[in-house]
Write a protein of this length. Structure first.
Length: 384
């Protein structure tokens, strides 16, 4: 049995940021357990060849594109903005100059219309949001982060929690921890982790009914040699009632490849019945309708369907409405799980549930709550 003061379940943004905060406070007695073979959670990327990128502390590739969250808004997401500055990351405004294209009905043609500029502006990171993950990986002790470890069971004992994780080869490891920070979506962990004893009924209900942000979403990305739409005075922005893409944006990287991406508007339950190649063809046909013949031949393309990602979505998410849910309770107020278990994934953020900024806020609040528990006179003193 392994022992640790703090076990963090999940190495997405919230889990890595919590580890970063603990290290900054001089606390080194923790472990981060990640089910995937790669880090970042819902922050995922592809490169200019349309291949999935594995985020690591040594990766310095900038010409890549987000399959998950893409934007942040410094104007009102100050904590995330400060983290981006502290990590020395380079930002740029989402390209929005020029007209947009709209398909207002299934039968009607695509028409140009005057574009608009978001205020405050939507910002992106050079290298995509994967740069945020990699910057945190460079600052967290790599020996404290373990991939390929799927947490299946949490057992509460008098003064500790046993965290049972399963590797792909079937090897089971048990970690004995004083406190567990849950950096997974509430619905996912409630449905995939066995709690012994059971969570309080109301807390379990809240977690089970909290929609997982991005779980019903799918993205299509098309990579080109040149941003031909800009030469036509188009911003790359588009909306369509015909689809399959409902919303399209320019995802090009400054100094890098030219890219259009869209959110697939077809429900997840319907997408699962469409062969991947057919869906790609339909997306290319739509881009050709809306942006002209040059859009018909991308040099690479990629579809990421988050509803089919077992480490993001559950069966309850397939027909879920794409909206940011109100944050549930992050911990048990009484009973055996009180004081030893805290939710820190983005969905637990009071201000920005589901957003990148929410992952940062929820992680910070979880670490603060942990510090408050450690400082309480009835608890054992903090050790690092």
């Amino acid at each position: 049995m392994q022992t640790t003061r703090i076990a963090i379940v999940g190495a997405g943004l919230s889990g890595l940021y919590a580890a970063y905060l603990l290290q900054r406070q001089g606390i080194s007695d923790f472990v981060v357990l990640e089910a995937r073979d790669e880090f970042g959670g819902r922050i995922a990327s592809i490169n200019a060849e349309g291949q999935a990128v594995q985020h690591s502390s040594t990766n310095s590739t900038f010409d890549r594109f987000d399959l998950g969250p893409t934007w942040f808004w410094p104007g009102y997401q100050e904590e995330l903005d400060q983290l981006v500055d502290a990590l020395g990351l380079e930002r740029f405004e989402q390209f929005e100059a020029g007209d947009m294209v709209v398909e207002r009905s299934y039968e009607g043609p695509a028409v140009r219309t005057r574009g608009y500029v978001n205020s405050p502006p939507s910002m992106r990171l050079v290298g995509g949001m994967g740069a945020l993950v990699e910057a945190l990986l460079r600052r967290v002790n790599p020996q404290k982060i373990v991939s390929g470890q799927t947490v299946r069971r949490l057992r509460k004992h008098d003064a500790h929690v046993e965290v049972e994780s399963h590797a792909a080869d079937g090897v089971v490891t048990t970690w004995r921890a004083e406190h567990v920070l849950l950096a997974l979506p509430p619905r996912l962990l409630e449905s995939t982790i066995n709690f012994e004893p059971a969570l309080p009924a109301e807390l379990a209900r809240q977690w089970r009914t909290t929609a997982t942000w991005m779980a019903p979403h799918a993205k299509y990305i098309a990579i080109y040699d040149t941003p031909f739409w800009r030469d036509q005075g188009l911003s790359g922005e588009a909306r369509s009632m015909r689809g399959p893409l409902g919303e399209i944006h320019d995802a090009s990287m400054p100094g890098g490849s030219s890219v259009l991406f869209g959110f697939i508007g077809v429900p997840a339950s319907t997408r699962s019945k469409i062969p991947d190649q057919m869906l790609r063809e339909l997306c290319r046909e739509q881009l050709t309708r809306m942006f002209g013949p040059a859009a018909a031949t991308p040099k690479a393309e990629f579809i990421k369907d988050w509803a089919h990602d077992p480490y993001t979505a559950t069966s309850a998410d397939v027909n879920a409405i794409s909206q940011h849910a109100a944050a549930p309770s992050a911990s048990a107020s009484s009973g055996p799980w009180s004081g030893c278990l805290t939710g820190i994934a983005s969905e637990w953020s009071p201000q920005f549930p589901g957003y990148l900024a929410g992952a940062v806020e929820a992680a910070r609040l979880g670490v603060q709550a942990l510090n408050a528990l450690a400082a309480a006179p009835t608890l054992s003193p903090s050790r690092s």
